[in-house]
Design a protein. Structure first.
Length: 275
């Protein structure tokens, strides 16, 4: 398929690479110079596209490029937004472009590089089926979870588990180190028992080494915590653990850690007990 791909950052670039490897023709655009940036503008990237993809930081960037997409893409093009944004914005885009899917992803930079992302998709069954070759190229698990905006609600559920898990792994590290036990050996044991998680598998060594190169920036997780609490208000449910995690992420940002990986929540948790 001919694909116009907007947003070639930490996630977008490896995803575009997988699409090319799968035989698709990708015309990429980003505001900064990137390896797959072959189009100088959004208009140029989407003009002949059968599929238009965005992988941008947040609502404002998606809303900024969307008018240029609708003004220049072929009328029957399929639009897939992989960004994590609010369900309301996803629904608004779907009202303005008939063939729209919200398809936020999970799996982190490693999932994108390995082409094994999880994708939660909102939109029509027909468009989901049309997008299947794209999802197969970048992901491993993908499900249609409802109409427009639904993918963003599932992504909110994903992010509250991820954020809460980071906060708890940070607490586990702070406790073990303060008690003078072997925290590395302790985390190995946790990773082999009921407390096992992908976060423990992938991040325990870098967290113990206080290495917080992103990955997924605290700034972006702060944005996601806002989406989660807003989604909770919309759905009229109480999410106390998420509210607490949101405050820890806000503290990380306020302390100047916004550009670090979200595993840097550890700095906030250990700061609570520092003297
Ligand atoms: P990123 O900042 O690395 O990449 C975003 C890219 O968009 C950048 O290259 C930026 O220059 C470009 N961009 C910004 N505004 C633009 C515009 N107006 N036109 C064209 N390009 C523009 O961010 P990322 O980590 O790749 O995240 C992208 C999205 O994926 C976010 O919504 C994030 O929440 C979500 N996400 C990220 C991860 C992760 O681990 N990094 C995992 C899952 C989901």
């Amino acid at each position: 398929m001919r694909i116009g791909f907007i947003g070639l950052g930490i996630m977008g670039l490896p995803m575009a690479e997988h699409l090319v490897r799968a035989g698709h023709e990708v015309v990429g655009h980003d505001v900064v110079d990137r390896p797959f940036r072959t189009a100088a503008s959004v208009a140029e990237a989407v003009r002949e596209a059968e599929v238009v993809i965005t992988m941008l930081p947040a609502d404002p960037q998606v809303e900024a490029v969307f008018p240029e997409i609708t003004a220049n893409a072929p009328q029957d093009a399929l639009y897939i937004d992989f960004s994590t944004i609010t369900p309301q914005t996803s629904r608004r885009l779907a009202e303005q472009w008939k063939r729209t899917l919200d398809a936020p992803v999970s799996g982190g930079e490693k999932g994108a590089v390995d082409g094994v992302l999880s994708l939660m998709v909102g939109g029509s069954e027909a468009d989901f089926e049309a997008a299947r070759p794209i999802f197969e190229a970048v992901g491993k698990t993908f499900r249609l979870v409802g109409g427009p905006g639904s993918g963003q609600f599932v992504k909110a559920a994903n992010q509250l588990v991820v954020g809460g898990t980071y906060a708890l792994v940070a607490e586990a590290i702070v406790l073990m180190e303060a008690a003078g036990v072997d925290a590395a050996a302790g985390l190995d044991v946790l990773a082999g028992g009921l407390a096992a998680s992908r976060i423990l598998d992938l991040k325990r060594e870098s967290m113990l080494a206080r290495s917080f190169q992103p990955g997924f920036r605290i700034d972006l997780h702060h944005k996601d915590m806002g989406i989660i609490l807003d989604a909770a208000r919309t759905a009229e449910v109480a999410l106390p653990m998420s509210a607490l995690t949101a405050q820890l992420v806000a503290a990380a940002r306020a302390q100047g850690h916004g550009s670090l990986d979200h595993s840097a929540l550890l700095l906030v948790v250990e700061g609570l007990s520092a003297n």
